[in-house]
Design a protein around this ligand. Structure first.
Ligand code: MG
Ligand code: MG
Length: 256
């Protein structure tokens, strides 16, 4: 069932989303060679819990033990933070996080370089971010879920990359994963119709090589089968009468 959120619910999700945006900005500031993914996880959890009423959405979700998913290089998503996973110069790390505030969730991810990366790697990150932006622009009442996926796919594949098909974006609200599913591929005007008050996590996962994936023996970490790099960017958005509004960001007025 697709749920339509009240104005009050949307504002609570926006408050969760702002904590989440601040968390990811904090993470980006801590990413450096020599840092472990467990270090990042602890800093993120402490920061989230320092806000009254807020908790990390991931911790305990499907029995996941951490507050972040940290996925390095050819790892796509669901990498588990570890004291043994040390970031190295030239890596890329996808950091995915959720914040729950007063029973409502926000979900966002970013991929950042560790130290210096090549121009090709910079391009993968830039294109994946552009694919997200393009998908978000289609999150307009009267459009369909397929318009979002089509826009994402067009940007990613147009740049010579591929999109992951088995993992998708999703509705979000009182549950972390709600309907509808939001694939990163699709055809215009297909799929569920978008309405004002729907809240969606839009999250392109873009591989530099082929689209195939597999899950490691830890039962969590999803990697590219061909070992190519993968990037992941995500925002939670609400569909308003004027168009999409990104909830997992710091409002422009607050940064001025
Ligand atoms: Mg996420
Ligand atoms: Mg998500």
């Amino acid at each position: 069932m697709i749920t339509i959120k009240s104005a009050r619910e949307v504002e609570t999700m926006a408050a969760a989303g702002r904590i989440l945006a601040d968390t990811l900005a904090l993470m980006a500031g801590h990413v450096a060679p020599g840092v472990t993914t467990q270090d990042l996880d602890r800093i993120a959890e402490d920061f989230i819990r320092s806000h009254p009423g807020a908790r990390p959405s991931f911790k305990g979700l499907y029995d996941f033990p951490a507050s972040l998913c940290t996925s390095i290089n050819h790892e796509i998503v669901h990498g588990m933070p570890s004291s043994e996973r040390v970031l190295e110069d030239g890596d890329i790390i996808s950091i995915d996080c959720g914040v729950c505030l007063e029973g409502l969730h926000a979900d966002s991810a970013t991929t950042v370089p560790v130290g210096e990366v090549s121009e090709d790697v910079e391009r993968l990150l830039r294109v994946t971010r552009e694919a997200l932006d393009s998908g978000i622009k289609q999150a307009v009442a009267g459009n369909h879920v397929g318009d979002i996926g089509h826009a994402v796919q067009k940007i990613a594949e147009g740049a010579g990359f591929s999109v992951v098909r088995e993992l998708v974006g999703h509705g979000i609200g009182t549950s972390f994963h709600e309907e509808p599913q939001v694939p990163n591929y699709g055809k215009p005007s297909r799929g569920a119709r978008l309405q004002v008050g729907m809240t969606l996590a839009i999250e392109p996962m873009v591989n530099a090589g082929r689209p195939e994936i597999r899950t490691l023996d830890d039962k969590w970490t999803v990697v590219t089968t061909d070992g190519s790099l993968s990037a992941h960017f995500e925002h939670t958005v609400v569909i308003e009468p004027e168009g999409p509004r990104i909830l997992t960001t710091v409002p422009a007025a607050a940064t001025a």
